[in-house]
Design a protein around this ligand. Structure first.
Ligand code: NDP
Ligand code: OXD
Length: 310
């Protein structure tokens, strides 16, 4: 039987996904019609991204699942027309990309690279940075991306602590959960990496009070989602010196408006939501594994818990 797969991701990536999905389907010996234009009632699986054309899932009455190309789900999880199963993207390319971005930005701050890159005076001053083993990095969110980043930082010998909703046990990482756990993690973190999803429970998780729990001069690195941070509180903490620097990849409004104070702030680095990208070849394999499972009546991977919102 032929499986009908509708591609409803970013239209600019259709030609790439067309090739990669076909390759992955052939490898799994699944006979499928993959198209960006399928009669809604005939669709079996929807490959979806929030920057694609689809908003209303109602006409897709036969669809067994919506298979997301993004890791984050906050733009779709509350969609009242989404009654189908929703699986999000967990992809080794995405995870590797995030791990590289996080370790790169942590090392920049750990080694104090900026003072040499932006040197203006010929001053031979030799302050040695501490070793990684003497630096504590906290990772908030120990899921697919956070756990991998935490482990990579640990492999570099940083002291790594982490925080998540449920208690974790990850070798070499000091894991915490709950409100007291958050206070504990933040009060020792010289560098904090945010890899939480945006949900009602995580919005403004870094507010003025919690920024105050961090050691003076701590660095914030946020590749998670913009609303995790109270922007006004962060700007005030940067101005007072409580926070030494913020490297931000994600924002409440994207693209970040040209007049946003983050652009010009001397203690802020803005990157344009490029921390990690879904890689079409590996992502297509994840999507097709779920199609295989759907057709075989097996449980789908990476299903979203709609109540928790991630
Ligand atoms: P996961 O769902 O695998 O992990 C989320 C983690 O956050 C889990 O450890 C979870 O806890 C924890 N968490 C969720 N809610 C709470 C809470 N209320 N309190 C404490 N911990 C909580 O997501 P991923 O690791 O795959 O992705 C994380 C986020 O990264 C995405 O949601 C997205 O926003 C962002 N992202 C950004 C990209 C970029 O380019 N900037 C690219 C891809 C993703 P538990 O383990 O107990 O469930
Ligand atoms: C994602 C993202 O959620 O790119 O995948 O932010």
């Amino acid at each position: 039987m032929t499986v009908n797969v509708l591609y409803a991701g970013n239209p600019k990536l259709w030609s790439v996904y067309d090739v990669e999905l076909r390759k992955a389907l052939a490898k799994q010996h699944i006979t499928a019609n993959v198209s960006a234009d399928v009669t809604p009632e005939d669709v079996d699986y929807i490959v979806y991204a929030p920057n694609g054309p689809l908003q209303d899932f109602t006409p897709y009455t036969r669809a067994k699942a919506v298979l997301g190309l993004w890791a984050g789900v906050e733009k779709v999880v509350g969609n009242p027309t989404l009654t189908q199963h929703y699986a999000r993207m967990v992809d080794d390319g995405l995870t590797q990309g995030m791990t590289e971005w996080v370790t790169g930005h942590v090392l920049r701050h750990h080694l104090g690279m900026d003072q040499y890159i932006h040197r203006t005076d010929p001053i031979w001053h030799q302050p040695a940075p501490p070793l990684a083993r003497d630096r504590t990095v906290a990772v908030l969110g120990l899921g697919a991306l956070g756990a991998a980043a935490a482990q990579a930082l640990r492999a570099l010998d940083f002291k790594v602590c982490g925080w998540s909703r449920s208690q974790k046990n990850i070798a070499g990482i000091d894991c915490f959960s709950g409100d007291e756990g958050l206070r504990n993690v933040l009060s020792r973190a010289e560098i904090v990496v945010l890899l939480l999803p945006k949900t009602p429970a995580t919005e403004n998780i870094l507010n003025a009070e919690r920024l105050g729990w961090l050691p003076n001069g701590a660095v914030i690195i946020n590749p998670g989602r913009g609303p995790l941070i109270d922007d006004g509180a962060l700007l005030a903490a940067l101005d007072s010196g409580q926070i030494g620097h913020a490297t931000l990849d994600v924002f409440r409004v994207e693209p970040l408006p040209a007049d946003d104070p983050y652009w010009a702030h001397p203690k802020v680095t803005v990157t344009p939501h490029i921390a990690a990208d879904t890689r079409p070849a590996s992502a297509a394999r994840v999507i097709v594994e779920n199609i295989r499972r759907g057709e075989a009546g097996e449980p789908l991977l990476h299903l979203v818990d709609r109540e928790a919102g991630y």
